[in-house]
Design a protein around this ligand. Structure first.
Ligand code: TYD
Ligand code: MG
Length: 452
């Protein structure tokens, strides 16, 4: 009987070992090394070698290389196109990661139903009937969309050969398994093998493939980091499951910028593209409330107005509480210390809660000024006029620091009907003829003076 060959893999980073050990030498994680069965692949071509054209690559002078723009496939979804950098590149592999239930399957099914190309949606998670039911909720059914429920890559390729789709969607990479590897689906060696086969298929036929990937509880895509290196684009679908908004961002993009952002709203009938996000992120209220301030931030290239809410109250217990949702808690502590020093804010006796509405997380430093304004406003119980907004970073000595692309933010604020924007005095602004009042401030005391 042939000897069964096994190898040990770290489930965290994918490093291979000949024998078991407690700690991975590469990533230093404990208890992540697991034994997996492997069998040397006899052939791992997605097609039988007879009908595969072998191409030999030759070196070319850089100015001889044809750089004419590769035609991208338009997905008819403006947000998805934007994040990808203008559409799906033929022959590319895209990985879409996200928490369970966030809407990955919904997003890709919805796009498949809209695509004007022959699309094959392969699902290893749901039955054809379940997918049909979901599709009926979303969109008018499209004639170009084919659904296949299969998990074995060899069978998938057989169907692909027969159908010749223009684009293939796999839901999800963790459910696939290849005959050439004996370990179970979702294991490191299976994920690696299936992805290699798909890459080969994509590059040889110039067909784009979109993969759905599960993420682990610490937010990484399950499987080896290698998976992220192998694919061309890694997209992350995120948002708070209890909120209706979903954000799509690129973590890696070989064909475009990683700064772009797509926003969707989860509705009963699928995901709606949100083309003017500022409107939904700012809560509508009839009366002015204290503790609210609007920040003009940038997400990627797109200006975004978000609402910061703060609640400052007298601490009931000895140690005051600090809590921030959607904002870095360390940065909040730093801003509170600046306020204590510069604005006489009695830090030791107050609880401070901070919340970015809409369930999104912001790491743009330009939001600092709005955070400070919201805290001051709540502390003094004095509302900030609803048509005021803020865009500046706050330094450790209370100075108001300039930020990047301030003009774009000012124009967005103006477009949305704000009357005044607070920015740093040190920002160079060459805008002419603005109807919005631009208030230049240089230190935190200027803001305190205004709010109190
Ligand atoms: P799903 O796409 O199955 O998530 P994932 O593939 O990332 O695990 O999304 C499931 C959630 O979306 C589920 O909780 C129900 C919700 N949903 C809607 O609110 N409206 C819809 O039209 C659809 C299809 C799903
Ligand atoms: Mg799913």
């Amino acid at each position: 009987m042939a000897k069964v060959k096994t190898t040990f893999f770290c489930q965290n980073c994918g490093t291979q070992y000949a024998k078991w050990q407690g700690q991975c030498n590469a990533c230093k994680e404990w208890n992540t090394i697991v034994e997996e069965l492997v069998q040397k692949p006899e052939k791992s071509d997605w097609k039988t070698p007879t009908n595969t054209q072998k191409r030999v690559s030759k070196p070319l002078r850089i100015n001889e290389i044809d750089s004419s723009k590769e035609a991208r496939l338009d997905t008819l979804d403006a947000e998805f196109n934007r994040v990808l950098g203008g559409g799906i590149v033929p022959g590319s592999l895209t990985l879409l990661g996200g928490e369970p239930g966030i809407g990955k399957s919904t997003l890709l099914l919805q796009i498949s139903l809209k695509l004007p190309y022959k699309t094959l949606y392969v699902s290893g998670e749901e039955s054809q009937k379940q997918i049909k039911m979901r599709a009926e909720r979303i969109n008018p059914i499209n004639d170009n969309c084919y659904i296949l429920t299969e998990t074995k890559t060899q069978n998938i390729f057989k169907q692909i050969e027969a159908l010749e789709p223009d684009i293939v969607i796999i839901d999800s990479i963790q459910t696939l398994h290849s005959d050439y590897i004996e370990s179970s689906s979702g294991s490191i060696s299976q994920i690696k093998e299936c992805t290699t086969e798909l890459i080969k298929f994509a590059k040889e036929t110039n067909t784009p493939v979109v993969l759905i990937g599960h993420i682990t509880k610490d937010g990484n895509i399950a499987g080896p980091k290698i998976l992220e290196h192998m694919v061309d684009t890694v997209l992350q679908f995120e948002g708070d499951r209890n909120h209706v908004f979903r954000i799509l961002r690129a973590q890696k993009n070989r064909f475009g910028s990683t700064h772009e952002l797509g926003i969707y709203e989860m509705q009963g009938s699928g995901l709606r593209e949100v083309s003017n996000p500022s409107e939904i992120l700012i809560s509508k209220k009839d009366e002015e409330l204290s503790g609210h301030a609007i920040a003009a931030t940038l997400e990627g290239m797109r200006p975004l107005m978000i609402e910061v809410q703060a609640l400052v109250s007298t601490a009931v217990y000895g140690t005051p509480q600090r809590s921030a949702t959607g904002f870095n808690a360390k940065r909040l502590n730093m801003l509170l210390a600046v306020l204590e020093k510069r604005a006489g804010f009695r830090l030791g006796a107050k609880d401070v809660f901070l919340n970015i509405t809409g369930g999104i997380t912001v790491d743009d430093p330009a939001i600092d000024l709005a955070v400070v304004a919201a805290i001051l406003s709540s502390n003094e119980d004095q509302a900030i006029p609803a048509n005021f907004c803020f865009a500046a970073e706050v330094g450790l000595s209370g100075e108001i620091r300039p930020i990047q692309r301030v003009e774009q933010r000012i124009l967005e604020a103006e477009k949305l009907g704000f009357s005044t924007i607070f920015v740093s005095k040190y920002n160079k602004i060459s805008l002419k003829k603005t109807t919005i009042n631009i208030r230049l401030i240089s230190k935190i005391e200027d803001l305190v003076e205004f709010i109190i």
